[in-house]
Ligand binder design. Structure first.
Ligand code: SAM
Ligand code: DTB
Ligand code: SF4
Length: 346
């Protein structure tokens, strides 16, 4: 046999919940070994993809997501603002590029975008792209026509999270269904836009819900190119403001399991880094996380300061992934073909 690696064995879409629960619960050294083996088969483990986030339309959202400070339905929500002007967004994008970001992600607190707002967002995408940055937006639900418009504007990624398992979803959000999320994801995929889809850990979900989320993500017809794993940011005034904290080892287990189940995807250590120790960050990277949001703010909540991330990556001997390395399909395995053959044989 001349094949140098066997992606057909690594890339699966037939996970069962039991199998995923068993993976998450493996003895930690075994789980980490499996995650690292797969990580190295598809990526250089010293490289981290860097994205920057900007809230282009903050607050006043009609949805009732229990974790979100932007929902107008919670007792204390962030102040509602208008959609930003294109030039102000481009100014932020230039700064992000200067700070080393490869991708610029723009988020809007909408259930679904209105036609005239989508025109403005398309202008933003064209402008950001012309600066040489990859583009990502998250705007809520989309139909096929809307995804086509975004594709025509040159959008690279669309972020739309499943957040949790189908069973637990109704306890977190009542204003839309899991199936509506899946429909948007399929419209995004059909338009030829890369999918960024993940979830949140720490909303009171149990092992079966965590396994259910990862199972649904990995059993999509194609794995999302980017899988953000958010650790809940507990915001006062939201229904989950007092949720119980998740211990770091449990969180690392989710990252490692995501890496094993979706080995070709970028697994992003997304929200929740602000209160995470350097040691927890290091374990997440060892578990296969290879993407982060940089910059002092996520959408409305704080994120580690730039110098802290720089120091951390430097202490770990890690560095930002250059854009060509981050593009799907151009990734060279970080190990030799010989080593890959040995790993497959073992
Ligand atoms: N309104 C759009 C939507 O919900 O799809 C886009 C913006 S929304 C803020 C993007 C994602 O941020 C959510 O799907 C959720 O996963 C994440 N998120 C929001 N609030 C969070 C929090 N407090 N902690 C962690 N993640 C959060
Ligand atoms: C994602 O999965 N996490 C980001 C991005 N996609 C849009 C958002 C995190 C938001 C955290 C809460 C806030 O800052 O408002
Ligand atoms: Fe609105 Fe998105 Fe926040 Fe839900 S997560 S309340 S849809 S901004």
């Amino acid at each position: 046999m001349t094949a140098t690696h066997t992606p057909h064995l690594d890339i699966r879409h037939d996970w069962t919940r039991d199998e995923v629960e068993t993976l998450i619960s493996l003895p930690f050294p075994e789980l980490m070994y499996r995650a690292q083996t797969l990580h190295r088969r598809y990526f250089d483990p010293t490289k981290v993809q860097i994205s920057t986030l900007l809230s282009i339309k903050t607050g006043g959202c009609p949805e009732d997501c229990a974790y979100c400070p932007q929902s107008a339905l919670h007792e204390k929500s962030v102040k509602a603002e208008r959609l930003m002007a294109v030039e102000s967004v481009l100014k932020e994008a230039r700064a992000a590029k200067k700070a080393g970001a490869g991708r610029f992600c723009m988020g809007a607190a909408w259930r679904t975008p209105k036609d005239h707002d989508l025109d403005t967002v398309c202008e933003m995408i064209e402008g950001v792209k012309s600066l040489g940055l990859e583009t990502c937006v998250t705007l809520g639900m989309l139909d096929a026509q809307q995804t086509e418009r975004l594709k025509t504007a040159g959008l690279d990624y669309y972020n739309h999270n499943l957040d949790t398992s189908e069973e637990f979803y109704g306890s977190i959000i009542s204003t839309r269904t899991y199936q509506q999320r899946l429909d948007t994801l399929s419209n995004v995929r059909d338009a030829g836009i890369n999918v960024c889809c993940g979830g949140i850990v720490g909303m009171g979900e149990d092992l079966s819900d965590r396994a259910g989320l990862l199972m649904t993500l990995a059993n999509l017809p194609k794995h999302p190119e980017s899988v953000p794993i958010n650790l809940l940011v507990r915001v006062e005034g939201t229904p989950l403001g007092e949720a119980e904290a998740v211990d770091p080892i449990t969180f690392v287990r989710i990252i490692a399991t995501a890496r094993i189940m979706m080995p070709e995807s970028h697994v992003r250590l997304a929200a929740g880094r602000e209160n995470m120790t350097d040691e927890a960050h290091a374990l997440c990277f060892l578990a296969g996380a290879n993407s982060i949001f940089c910059g002092e703010k996520l959408l409305t909540t704080p994120n580690p300061a730039e110098h802290r991330d720089r120091q951390l990556l430097s202490a770990l001997g890690m560095s930002p992934m250059v854009q060509s390395e981050a593009e799907m399909g151009t990734m060279r395995p970080a190990v030799t073909e010989e080593a890959v053959r040995e790993m497959v044989a073992s």
